[in-house]
Structures are given as structure tokens and as C-alpha cells.
Design a protein around this ligand. Sequence first.
Ligand code: NAD
Length: 247
Amino acid sequence: MEQTLKGKTALVTAAANGIGRASAEAMAARGANVIATDIDGPAVTAMADASPNITGHQLDVLDAAAVESLVASVAPVHILLNCAGWVHDGTILDCDEEVWDRSFNLNAKAMYRITKAVLPGMRDSGTGSIINIASIVSSEKGAPRRFAYGASKAAIIGMTKSIAADFVKDGIRCNAICPGTVQSPSLNDRLAATGDFDKALAAFKDRQPMGRLGQPEEIAEMVCYLAGDLSAFTTGQAFAVDGGWSI
Ligand code: NAD
């Protein structure tokens, strides 16, 4: 059975690149009306120019007032894909309070904020699917030099289960996806920042039992499944799409 998202409105954060972009485009291809948001406004405007099912809006998820006003202007939303996130490279000893706060503000608090804004409309319409992009590096698995990242991504899984439990009787589902290492612009930046791109890339591939990185489109397939009615019996779960890293 093919998943259709016709008649549904999907709000996506961090839609200009990587997993957010692939997911926005995949949901649009399945007929959803996609509201693609990103701190990079021109990039999402360009996506909208390329697809009749996408509208683009500049949105910094750290800006509480902007989140409120965008959600009010696009409601009702049936699918919320929370994708914005940031990786800090370091152990607890490298993590000062500023890094801790930025990690939690962008990776967890921004999700809380936008979900809180969207959820009442979902409850009123009796339907909704919230999909949070966590990471396999979270409560699922530890990885070297991912202290603040892993802690904040674990918070997303807790938040996901809590929202799922609170709103299961309102027709609202909430699930998390835990990607392994996925090809994206910010991954390339992290590889370059090591000073030896090729060596770092080889090490990242090595830690994935499949011996390769994931592609954003492979995460987008799980997003589409969780967004649509084929997954209607599924809530409160954290799904690993990680090339076997967590086996
Ligand atoms: P990416 O990091 O390359 O792109 C992120 C996008 O977020 C960019 O378009 C950027 O403009 C936007 N952005 C940054 N700050 C923002 C803000 N304050 N408000 C709105 N938008 C903002 O994409 P990616 O690597 O696919 O990562 C997407 C999500 O997937 C993140 O939450 C990340 O932690 C998670 N993830 C990625 C990987 C991976 O290996 N790439 C693995 C596990 C989880």
C-alpha cells in the first residue's frame, strides 16, 4: 500500500538541508502541503519555487515570538517534523555552560516550544503526528565526544514518550527517529573541522556496520511512514535508522 499524505499540512523545521530537506520534499511528493521553515529563508523559498506543494518561511526556532506567530499563521497543522539540531564536539570537560545551554536550547527546548504551539490545533482537529529527529547517539547509545549532544538528544526521546502518553486519546501520535551518521552539509563541516576529512569520513563509515553513511532520503522514508495513516497504531517509539550502529 502506498503512503499518501494528501489533505495533510506538514510543518517542517530545518528544512533547507539534509534530513529536513529530504523529508519536506518526500512529504510534498506524497501530496502533503508542506510548510518548509529554516533559519535560511532564501533556501526554503527556493524549495517552494521548485514544488507546488511547498511554501517556504524563514524561521529561527530559537525565536519564541517568531515560532508563535508562524504557527498561528499556518494552522491547522497535521504533521510536525521537528528537525533542527546542533552537534557539539567534545566530552563533559569541553562542555561549558554556554555549550550545554545552546545544545539544550536548540535540540530540545525549541522542540518543546514549537510542539506546545502546534498541539492545541491538533487536539481540536482530533488528529496529528509529531515526529522528532533525535539521534542514535542519545539514550540509545553513547559515542565519544558527543556529551552535550547525546544528553540533549536523550531528552528528545523522553519528551516524545511523554507527549505520546499525554495525548494518545486525542488522536495525536508522537514518535522519534534516531538516525545513525547521515550525509549532510553539517556532517561535511564536522568532518572538515577534524583537519583530515578523508580519515574522519573513513572512521565514521567504519563505526556503521553497513560500512557506509546513510542518505537523508533513507530517513525521509521513515518520516513519511510515521507522518501518514499507515502508522496509525504506532506512538511513543524511538526508531533507529542507523545502518546497524546500535545492533
Ligand atoms: P544539517 O545539520 O546539515 O542542516 C541543518 C539545517 O538546520 C540547516 O538548513 C540550518 O540552516 C538549519 N538551522 C540551523 N539552526 C537553525 C535554527 N536556529 N532555526 C531553524 N533552522 C536552523 O542537517 P542534518 O545533518 O540532516 O541534521 C538534521 C537533524 O538530524 C538534526 O537535528 C541532527 O542532530 C539530526 N541528526 C543528524 C545526523 C547526521 O549524521 N547528519 C545523525 C543523527 C541525527
